[in-house]
Each structure stands twice: as C-alpha cells, then as structure tokens.
Design a protein around this ligand. Structure first.
Ligand code: ZN
Length: 152
C-alpha cells in the first residue's frame, strides 16, 4: 500500500463502516435500556465520522472515493470492521456488544499497524501510524468499559 490516495480510500471505507456499526450497536443498547452504553457507542460513531472527514480532507476528496470492490486490498478479503461482524446475528447483550466493538477496533488497529510496517512511502507510513494510534486509544476505551462492567 504505497499510494496515499489509495490508502486513504481504505481508511475512509473502514471508518464509514465503523460509524455505521456503532450506530447499530447504539440502537441495540438503547432498546435494551442501556442508555449509558448507547451514548458511549454514539460518541464512538461520532469519532469515526470525524476520522472519516479528516481522511477525506487529507486526501483532498470532496466526495467519498469509490474504488471498485475488487480494487480494495483487505487482509481478510473484507475490511477489518466487516470481518469483526462476520457471523453476528440476532440478540446482543451489553458484554456481547462491547466485545464485538473491541474486536473491530483491534482488527482496525492491526490493519493500520501492518500497513505502517510494510509501507515504503513515508507519507503512507506516518499516516497509518497515526491512525493505528487512534485505534489503539479506542481499544483502550472499550477495554475500560469492559472492565467497568466486570466490576459491576
Ligand atoms: Zn476506531
């Protein structure tokens, strides 16, 4: 991944999916009556959209870039977000939702880290590093929510 526009198109797709998943999770938590967790997921959706905007500005995109489906190059064939959600269906409780969100963030973080490690283009490398760091913060936030639950 040594083309900054291409890298950003991937990041944009990832963040778009992430925002949508968080909104779905927020809805699900709200319907369970877990308003605090729902609010947290809404915040995370908000950050994903900010991140998406930032990536669009950096890439100079005015519209969402659309690569043909086969022009995306994901490690698992689908974006890390979609991979985290594969096989999820039906009822989700609070621990399940947090575990799922954590899995998505972890995969996204690993994805950016791998790109940063492999990229020869310094711009791609530094941007992927910055994005990996943001994802690592999200991982930490989710972990602290999970340990809060464990303590009751
Ligand atoms: Zn994230």
């Amino acid at each position: 991944m040594d083309d900054i526009q291409r890298f950003l198109a991937h990041a944009i797709q990832l963040e778009k999916e992430s925002a949508r998943r968080y909104e779905e999770l927020a809805e699900a938590m709200q319907s369970l009556g877990s308003m605090e967790v729902a609010e947290f997921f809404r915040q995370m959706a908000h950050y994903s959209r900010l991140h998406l905007k930032e990536a669009m500005q950096r890439g100079g995109f005015h519209d969402l870039p659309t690569l043909a489906a086969d022009a995306y190059d994901w490690p698992e064939g689908t974006s890390p977000e979609a991979a985290a959600w594969a096989g999820v269906d039906g009822f989700m409780d609070v621990p399940g939702a947090l575990a799922l969100a954590l899995d998505g963030e972890q995969r996204s973080c690993d994805y950016y880290r791998t790109i940063a490690a492999d990229a020869e283009d310094p711009e791609v490398r530094s941007m992927a590093e910055a994005f990996a760091e943001e994802e690592a913060e999200h991982v930490a936030q989710l972990e602290s929510w999970r340990s809060g639950l464990a303590k009751g």
